[in-house]
Ligand binder design. Sequence first.
Ligand SMILES: [Zn+2]
Length: 313
Amino acid sequence: MKFSKEIENFLLEEAKSRFLKYVQIHTTSDENSTSDPSTDRQFDLAKILASELKELGCRKVILDEYCYVYGFLDATKGYEDVQAIGLIAHMDTSPAEKGKNVQPVIHENYDGKVIKYPKNPELILTPEDSPELKKFIGMDIITSSGDTLLGADDKAGIAEIMAAVAAWQKFPFLDHGPIVICFTPDEEIGRGTKNINLEYLPAYCYTFDGGEIGELEIECFDAWKANIQFNGISVHPGYAKNRMVNAIEIACRFVSQIPEAETPQHTENREGFYHLYHLEGDCVKAKAVLILRDFESKNNKKRIKYLEQLIAT
Ligand SMILES: [Zn+2]
């Protein structure tokens, strides 16, 4: 669908200004928390989005106790019987990096050179490491200041959906069927749909959480997480012969047995992998955390079996 320049500019400006606002709201989730949502701070963004959806003409908006936001936008006249669709995005950002005090930086009219970060001189983004940067020469690129995540995952998705809702209000001649908007908490820690209320959602929904412009993904991977604990026996090194069991050494040996070809850095498209993303410990205790991903669940079953065999030896 081709929009007029006016609508196109409106969508771009709305998405950008909303994005810059949303990323500054701290919504990091916490995988160690047992509450739902995992962090109360996610309500800070949820409340703003709920009130914005109301202002933008949603007939009904719900913010529930689990921090899910639902907005219901009526169809335009004559389109009431069209199949309803859902637009979904997540509000939390990954606990892997700091998400507080995000200060977005706009690199206007990107020149194709190295991108530097004001708060972290050692961090650089180069077209050599990230060739996709070349596609954006001449455009504006938004990054963090280098000391936090930016949180584009998934505040870009939220901003895009909100920009569309704003456009439907501003340009009422843009016809559409019934729309349901849903913003979820805790996606980054694997609990994004834990408390989702399917009764509110239509049969067809689109999640705005992708990478490429124009890309449409129609399947999801099978996902597992392995938390492996290694227990050692600590003995004074002077008397340790045949007695000491060094937990971190065993952990390292274990990790070295993970097939290197099946890691994220060596796989693409529909290839599955083991991803070791956390390893810690000392002589007494060590811990490794892995995630397994595959588009065929039987392949992940094999990986789980392999890990179990490694553990047994
Ligand atoms: Zn995401």
